[in-house]
Design a protein around this ligand. Structure first.
Ligand SMILES: Nc1nc2c(ncn2[C@@H]2O[C@H](COP(=O)(O)OP(=O)(O)O)[C@@H](O)[C@H]2O)c(=O)[nH]1
Ligand SMILES: [Mg+2]
Length: 195
């Protein structure tokens, strides 16, 4: 995919604020700090289009990025941030759920997990939901550059096992630092959206 144009479009906390244009959307989900903003920037060859931050839980809204006037990347608020109230957690959960369950033009959900760690309970819940619904989804294991090469197969196997993934479901290792995995993720996106 050649990126001719990528721009931030809008921020939403409720459906009335989603973009009005009917374009295919790719949603990015995962724990806070897993690398959502970083992967969006890396796939769009931008340094800081999506705000990447070392402070977990900073992004509490849904951000829409318009790519080549052809599709939207949708950065969903991260889950699993411990230092917030239960009420705030529930509000985030509802925001994510409302978007994922009602957005008609949502075509692909990409779930990110950190390749260094076994997926959390929340990751398991998220993946079980993804696997049970109709839309295509994809798992990406981020921060690939942070583990020795020899550990990659065992880490990927752990992720598969803990999430209970089917043999044919893909897990793509990715690094926002080296760009490794970027082309494969784009191939998957293009395959689903038919670009
Ligand atoms: N080494 C390394 N660091 C990463 C990678 N992806 C994200 N990070 C770092 O992890 C932190 C959280 O990333 P961010 O994209 O803001 O996560 P988000 O909360 O899911 O949007 C930041 O300090 C990033 O620089 C990666 O692939 N490799
Ligand atoms: Mg972010």
């Amino acid at each position: 995919m050649q990126i001719k144009e990528a721009k931030y479009e809008t921020t939403a906390v409720k459906p009335e604020q989603y973009p009005k244009r009917y374009l295919p959307e790719v949603a990015w989900v995962g724990r806070s700090n897993v690398g959502k903003s970083s992967i969006i920037n890396a796939l769009l060859y931008r340094k800081s289009l999506a705000r990447a931050s070392a402070t977990p839980g900073k992004t509490r809204e849904i951000n829409f990025y318009l790519v080549n006037e052809a599709l939207y990347f949708v950065d969903l608020p991260g889950y699993g941030y411990a230092r917030v109230s239960q009420a705030a957690k529930e509000a985030w959960g509802r925001m994510i759920e409302t978007y994922l369950q009602t957005r008609e033009q949502l075509q692909l959900i990409v779930m990110l997990v950190d390749i260094r760690h076994a997926p959390s309970n929340e990751d398991q819940v998220m993946y079980a939901w993804l696997a049970a619904q109709e839309r295509p989804s994809l798992v990406v294991a981020t921060k690939l550059d942070k583990i020795p090469r020899g550990q990659i197969p065992i880490r990927l196997r752990t992720i598969r096992e803990v999430l209970g993934m089917a043999a044919e479901a893909p897990v793509i290792p990715f690094s926002a630092v080296t760009g490794q995995g970027r082309d494969e993720i784009w191939r998957q996106i293009e395959g689903v959206i038919g670009l």
